[in-house]
Design a protein around this ligand. Sequence first.
Ligand code: 2RA
Length: 348
Amino acid sequence: MGYRVAVVGATGNVGREMLTTLHEREFPVDDVVALASTRSIGSEVSWGEDDTLKVQALDTFSFKGIDIALFSPGAKVSAVHAPRAAAAGTVVIDNTSQFRMDPDVPLVVPEVNPKAIARYTKRNIIANPNCSTIQMVVALKPLHDIARIKRVVVATYQSVSGKGKEAMDELFTQTRAIYVNDPIKPEQFTKRIAFNVIPHIDVFMEDGSTKEEWKMVVETRKILDPDIQVSATCVRVPVFIGHAEAINVEFEDEISVERARAALKAAPGVTVIDHRVDEGYVTPQECAGEDAVFVSRIRKDPTVKHGLTLWVVADNLRKGAALNAVQIAELLDRDYLEPAEKKRLGAR
Ligand code: 2RA
């Protein structure tokens, strides 16, 4: 007996990946509903290799009887519909930025802070962190456990899929336009993304940082440790899928490259590929479709007393979004929930 699950924002990059991941990991579902804005009503999305689901309208959908809803529709839509679903008794796992810093909403990466999930009952909402934060904290957690992290300086190299399907189309169209000498008009990005890099993701904040950078700071503290200092520079690069991060870490305590490598190798969700030869590291192109957070280029930072530098790569749609959300649903199933139908029969 399985759950009744809804995926909200089912036609987007992350929504589709959520459906694929639920199916691939054989999450126990009896019924799955694909929801999106009225614009998408009647369109179909894949469910497994052979089935499709007709997309239904989120606006008029009653969540009554839905056990779990995975949301990835954009923050403004989640602001309205996630509390509506939660009030109907559905546990919401929300991939937008809307509730992440709400003290009554746990912000969860299952490999890092699985116990935080217990507080979901306050609002019936669990937040999925930002993609660039997820892959960083998965790599930092085993290192923090052995040598306490004081400060992190990170530069990201984020693929265009993080901004949605239209952004992927823009990279494709602009790349082609350059070859055939067509005019280029940036729409999804502030500058040309083809054959360029743009140090601007999400809106600017008053202090000159961007909201994407701010998210990496505050989310890392909420998930891993409120005392860690983070300085982030987030950059969009002309890559379709896969975010990369150059991470410099300063520790309280002594940590050797060998110990760090051993801790990372033993950590859940991490794959270390670090051979110090040509091709002995992972790039975004190889990580698309993979579940792991890949760590390469582990080396000493000799400019501080206890420092390391790492290169961390992950599929931003998968571990950075859909997979992390499904892993949260798996934790709910393992430790907290029972399908409504099973509860109903058990109560007889
Ligand atoms: C991006 N962080 O890559 C966003 C997606 N969550 O734009």
